[in-house]
Design a protein around this ligand. Structure first.
Ligand code: FDP
Length: 340
């Protein structure tokens, strides 16, 4: 038996070990961030298990109905929200939480407060739940600006102020993608160990991609630059090959593919929705943060996405994100339009 090889195989880089390693680079750190992250990871494991069991447990689409025990059953997105709120509050490291599910921000009670603000979408892509398509949790983390009393302005900061961002995708495997500002790493849940293991170290998005990802059903309402870009993807005029279209309609899954394979994901403005559909704080910012950290770009049609300053917690913005060169082309089309 080759014990040395066995030892190597069991020397796994778990997400906790990875974050503790990162922590040693900040000697002033007291481990608060590591604790916060371990609570987020726990929330993701819980939701992953609930998503996997959803068909069996009849958790899907039954909000408001009662099960045989007479208990009220919850929809997965409602359940996921409760899981994350509880996990984040009980970490003792958060002060303000903004969830896609809640109209108002949650201010953590003083006895359980810490210095971090977390913005999150507990279960993004919920229109896909009933058909088993990959869905996910998206989150971003800010530090409270100053003082002890948390204020709404603490979560209305530009995305470039985020300390960390990530998502967890509940798909054929459960994948956790994280950036704490020094690159992007991907971890896969080993169900037999119940641990996220580093499987995709230092993810870099290809500089140019072969895929575009957009809901083309909205094409009749697009603005000029978006329409021109998609036309170029299909009928390139520079002799290059046409791009392939891939659109799942679940942001985490579409962005995950874009990050790994390259290309561009776009949810543009259109005549019906001048600000697009996706939410700035817990969709656009975390995904833009990850894209930039992986060497790509994120653009709103007017500016770098991470420079946006949200006015309200549920603001929306158009977004074009992905491979550096592909987003550069989109920026050039918007710049040309401005000059007209
Ligand atoms: P969903 O409506 O299923 O919750 O933000 C929500 C979102 O999904 C994203 O996950 C997804 O990228 C987008 O909406 C899909 O929108 P369209 O159905 O308009 O294409």
């Amino acid at each position: 038996m080759d014990h040395a090889a066995d030892a190597h195989r069991t020397d796994l880089m778990t997400i906790t070990r990875h974050v503790l390693n990162e922590q040693t680079k900040h000697p002033e750190s007291r481990g608060d961030f590591t604790i916060l992250l371990s609570h987020i990871v726990l929330g993701c494991k819980f939701v992953c298990s609930a998503v996997n069991k959803a068909g069996l447990a009849k958790l899907i689409g039954l909000a408001g109905e009662t099960n045989v025990q007479g208990e009220e059953q919850k929809k997965l997105d409602v359940l996921s929200n409760e899981v994350f709120i509880n996990a984040l509050v009980s970490s003792g490291r958060t002060c303000i939480l903004v969830s896609e599910e809640d109209e108002e921000a949650t201010f953590v009670e003083p006895s359980k407060r810490g210095k971090y603000c977390v913005v999150f979408d507990p279960l993004d892509g919920s229109s896909n739940i009933d058909c088993g398509v990959s869905i996910g949790t998206i989150f971003g983390i800010y530090l409270i600006k100053d003082g002890d009393e948390p204020k709404l302005e603490d979560v209305l900061q530009p995305g470039k102020n985020m300390l960390a961002a990530g998502y967890c995708m509940y798909g054929s495997s459960c994948t956790f993608v994280l950036s704490t500002g020094g690159g992007v790493n991907g971890f896969t849940l080993d169900p037999s160990l119940g641990e996220f293991i580093l499987t995709h170290p230092d993810i870099k998005i290809p500089k140019k991609g072969k895929i575009y990802s957009v809901n083309e059903g909205n094409a009749k309402n697009w603005d000029g630059p978006t329409a021109k870009y998609v036309e170029k993807c299909k009928f390139p005029t520079d002799g290059s090959a046409s791009k392939s279209l891939r659109y799942i309609g679940s942001m985490v899954a579409d962005v995950h593919r874009t990050l790994l394979y390259g290309g561009v994901f776009l949810y543009p403005a259109d005549k019906k929705s001048p600000n697009g559909k996706l939410r700035v704080l817990y969709e656009v910012f975390p995904m833009s943060f990850l894209m930039e950290q992986a060497g790509g770009q994120a653009f709103t049609g007017k500016q770098r996405a991470l420079d946006l300053v949200p006015e309200k917690i549920h603001d929306r913005s158009p977004i074009f994100l992905g491979s550096y060169d592909d987003v550069e082309e989109i920026k050039a089309l918007y710049a040309a339009e401005e000059q007209k």
